[in-house]
Design a protein around this ligand. Structure first.
Ligand SMILES: C[S@@+](CC[C@H](N)C(=O)[O-])C[C@H]1O[C@@H](n2cnc3c(N)ncnc32)[C@H](O)[C@@H]1O
Length: 381
């Protein structure tokens, strides 16, 4: 193995990594700094930082744009399976595990000599169990206990061994169980709100609100409601993390949420089925009757309020047959803004002809990814 390896220094906190969609790293880094995490450093696909177990839990509860929070157990260059075996064996697994955990190793390989995720998983699992046998004297590991999700990232021959403290992606806030057509991932919806000129106090309206994701994320922000409050995290079952401080943190976060602050957030859509889903999601998010919804096409939408912000995720027209209709809709978005001259408008689309169809160049643009789809977020203040 190339000697270029690094271990975590738990005394000073864990080395941690908050993964994110490309384009959102800066937002995640700013959030981590606001949460007073140490050594915050953005890189492609995420942000490195240092934090204690309790701080990692707070990150899981509070981070709005991050995919998952990991402990970086070790990293190094691996040119062979033997290198990988050595790297994994050197991690003090006995410190993190009680011996009954269900070890689940996921792996992603890119541009490396080791390109078989399945083989990397098998070699790593063997290394973990052999180390545990050697260090604990036990020979049987029933794997019937809590989930212990480990992720291997193999990129350009560099392997990172990551312990997933979040479990399922943080975009799964727990309020969305019925998916409509092309719903927006919650983390991206939250980023659209953050990158817009909207701030609590100004009206916000989503004229293509679909299942309501943008509205709910904005309402959470206005209510100071931690996005992860209604879900559990893998680290709550880790044997090396004591549960009572986590319970206290959860209670503290719950006490901060005040849905009474939610006002001036509303949505509309022409599809009554999508609005029905939006109502369910609002109810499941604790926001029933706090965000008015209307069944009206944006071509007919007329709002009384002044100085608001439209934020929307209109259809992109990926199928050729839908392209013309979508481009007409983009022109109608401009007409909507012209009917509301004191409002700003922000829209995300993967259609490179968006500005031409809309009829004006955006004052600000930001490249973002909706899943694997490269998009641009257009801001007309
Ligand atoms: C990509 S989806 C929005 C998804 C939404 N952001 C969510 O999280 O579920 C686009 C939405 O635009 C709506 N839409 C399409 N044409 C419209 C129009 N002329 N007026 C209002 N809504 C429209 C569709 O019904 C659909 O719900």
């Amino acid at each position: 193995m190339n000697g270029n390896t690094k271990k975590t220094a738990e005394g000073a906190g864990f080395s941690a990594f908050a993964s994110s969609a490309f384009g959102l790293e800066g937002l995640v880094a700013a959030e981590l700094k606001r949460l007073r995490m140490r050594n915050v450093q953005a890189e492609n696909g995420g942000v490195r930082f240092t934090a204690s177990a309790e701080e990692l839990f707070r990150c899981n509860l509070r981070l709005r744009f991050c995919d998952r929070v990991f402990i970086l157990l070790s990293e190094g260059v691996c040119l062979s399976f033997e290198d990988l075996f050595q790297l994994v064996s050197a991690v003090p697994w006995e410190r993190y595990m009680a011996g009954t955990e269900a070890v689940n190793i996921s792996c992603r390989c890119a541009r490396s000599r080791l390109m078989s995720p399945r083989d990397c998983q098998a070699v790593s699992k063997k290394a973990v169990l052999e180390r545990l046998k050697r260090k604990t004297g036990r020979t049987v590991f029933p794997e019937s206990g809590a989930a212990f999700p480990v992720h291997l990232s193999v990129h350009e021959d560099r392997v990172r061994i990551l312990l997933n403290t979040s479990g399922p992606a943080l975009s799964r806030r727990g309020y969305r169980t019925w998916n409509g057509e092309a719903p927006l991932r919650e983390t991206l919806a939250s980023a659209l709100v953050e990158l817009s000129p909207w701030r609590p106090g100004r009206p916000l309206h989503d004229p293509c609100c679909g299942t309501g994701t943008i509205l709910i994320e904005a309402a959470f922000r206005q209510a100071h409601r931690a996005p992860g409050l209604a879900r559990s995290f893998a680290m709550e079952d880790f044997s090396f993390v004591s549960p009572s401080p986590l319970r206290t943190l959860r209670e503290e976060e719950a006490a901060q949420a005040d849905f009474g602050r939610v006002s001036d957030i509303s949505g509309s859509d022409l599809d009554p089925g999508a609005l029905e889903l939006a109502r369910r999601h609002l109810r499941q998010a604790g926001l029933e009757n706090r965000v008015p919804l209307r069944n009206v096409p944006l071509q007919q939408l007329q709002l009384e309020a002044e100085n608001g912000v439209f934020i929307c995720n209109p259809p992109y027209g990926e199928r050729l047959s839908e392209q013309n209709a979508c481009r007409e809709l983009y022109r109608d978005l401009r007409l909507l803004k012209e009917r509301h001259p004191t409002w700003s408008l922000c829209a995300i689309s993967s259609d490179p002809a968006f500005e031409r169809a809309y009829g004006r160049r955006a004052e600000k643009k930001r490249r973002l990814y909706n899943g694997t789809l490269e998009c641009v977020y257009y801001i007309y203040p």
